[in-house]
Design a protein around this ligand. Structure first.
Ligand code: ADP
Ligand code: MG
Length: 209
């Protein structure tokens, strides 16, 4: 199984739609442990990305993803802008010249994107950031694909790992980002970046199923 350029574009579009529908919730999650701008920021980033998509329909997946990443980096403020941008840019670096990726190539590209975010933000699993959703998802995806799990099922497993990851952020104290300023008082609150990470995986599931 593969993912085409058009499916990759549909994925970003579907994610932008999901974020639009959940923007208030994402802002509220950020307001509880940060400054409340996360929803608006990622909405703005994805809005610009989807506006760019029609101009990218002839581009390969790598070029499309890196242009989306650069756009998101420029229009999104805050901590998450450079981090989200890096996810797409690093993912794109593994898809240069390709109009279609095999499931394994996609898994490898996604993991490379997540590793890029970890290098930039220096966050590990357990720091109560987006990495708590992305890292287990990337690991689940690559493991499942290596075991020859059909692509949509592997993505569903990665989505489940991201869900478990974001849910766990409520049980831990933040060690990175603005949420670390309030320390233990953030216990019980879900990290917005991790929740948005789960949404990205869920959107991919929806497009592939
Ligand atoms: P801020 O308003 O503090 O500049 P944003 O609202 O743009 O930040 O983004 C907040 C999200 O960024 C958090 O929910 C968290 O998931 C993520 N985040 C913060 N620091 C890091 C980091 N070092 N590495 C990865 N993700 C991070
Ligand atoms: Mg914020």
């Amino acid at each position: 199984m593969t993912i085409t350029q058009a499916q990759t574009a549909a994925w970003i579009q579907s994610y932008a739609r999901a974020v639009n529908e959940n923007v208030d919730q994402l802002n509220k999650l950020d307001a509880a442990i940060g400054d409340g701008d996360f929803g608006a920021s990622i909405q703005r980033g994805l809005q610009s990305a989807t506006e760019l998509l029609p101009t990218l329909s002839e581009e390969d997946i790598g070029t499309m993803l890196s242009k989306i990443g650069m756009k998101m980096m420029t229009v999104m403020g805050g901590t998450s802008g450079p981090l989200m941008g890096t996810l797409y840019i690093k993912m794109g670096s593994k898809a240069q010249g390709k109009m279609e990726l095999s499931a394994l190539e996609f898994g490898d590209a996604f993991r490379t994107g997540v590793e890029g975010v970890m290098q930039l933000g220096k966050a590990q699993v357990g720091d109560k950031t987006m990495i708590d959703a992305y890292a287990p998802a990337a690991e689940a995806l690559v493991t499942a694909l290596n075991e020859q799990t059909p692509f949509p099922i592997a993505v569903a497993q990665a989505t489940a790992a991201a869900k478990a990851g974001y849910e766990n952020t409520a049980k831990i104290v933040a060690r990175k980002g603005r949420a670390s300023y309030i320390g233990e008082r953030g216990l019980g609150a879900i990290d917005p970046g991790a929740y948005a990470g789960y949404m990205l995986l869920k959107s991919l599931s929806d497009v592939l199923l």
